[in-house]
Design a protein around this ligand. Structure first.
Ligand code: ADP
Length: 168
């Protein structure tokens, strides 16, 4: 198991997706798009100091969603989750920055909005676990998997942020 961890870490180091280059996959779910929360959510990530690397509005196919939610396939709410997530377009994004995976999860709040503190996205904008507005990768490994699932290499943009020196 330790070997596994070491190998995983080596793979992450190799791709350079650590430190200020860490990336996470964030998606505004169909309810978030319907409720016009896209701007508010993008604003929070920009203001926090993260860098936008990719963004698109997509209607996710059931095939894509079944890969995305592979680990939940046995859950009783799975089919409801797939129809919810494919009920309308989602805004798929990649954000980059120091500890972005962990920080984004804090910004999102808990899976269940009722347990999410005010000030978090779920704590401010929703009430039900089945309509919780936003997705964010739960680890660096899932971020890598999800980014390559949702985006082609050419959709991930390289650009220098001039505010970088004011953040780090
Ligand atoms: P998170 O999105 O916070 O990482 P999970 O990976 O556990 O949480 O679940 C994925 C998504 O499945 C949740 O964001 C939510 O939309 C949905 N979900 C989780 N638990 C339930 C539940 N008990 N009932 C309905 N939907 C759920």
């Amino acid at each position: 198991e330790l070997d596994d961890l070491v190998r995983k870490q080596a793979k992450i180091d190799e791709t350079g997706w650590t430190g200020v280059n860490e990336r996470t996959f964030i998606a505004v779910k169909p309810d978030g798009v319907q409720r016009k929360l896209v701007g508010e959510i993008v604003r929070r990530f920009e203001k926090r100091g993260f860098k936008l690397v990719a963004l698109k509005l997509v209607k996710a196919s059931e095939e894509l969603l079944s890969e995305h939610y592979w680990e939940l396939r046995k859950k009783p709410f799975y089919s409801r989750l797939i129809s919810y997530m494919s009920s309308g377009p989602v805004v798929a994004m990649v954000w980059q920055g120091l500890d972005v995976v962990k920080t984004a999860r804090k910004m999102l709040g808990e899976t269940n909005p009722a347990e999410s503190l005010p000030g978090t996205i779920r704590g401010d904008f929703c009430v039900e676990v089945g309509k919780n507005v936003i997705h964010g990768s739960d680890s660096v490994e899932s971020a890598q998997r999800e980014i390559s699932l949702w985006f082609r290499q050419g959709e991930l943009h390289r650009w220098e942020s001039s505010s970088k020196n004011w953040i780090y």
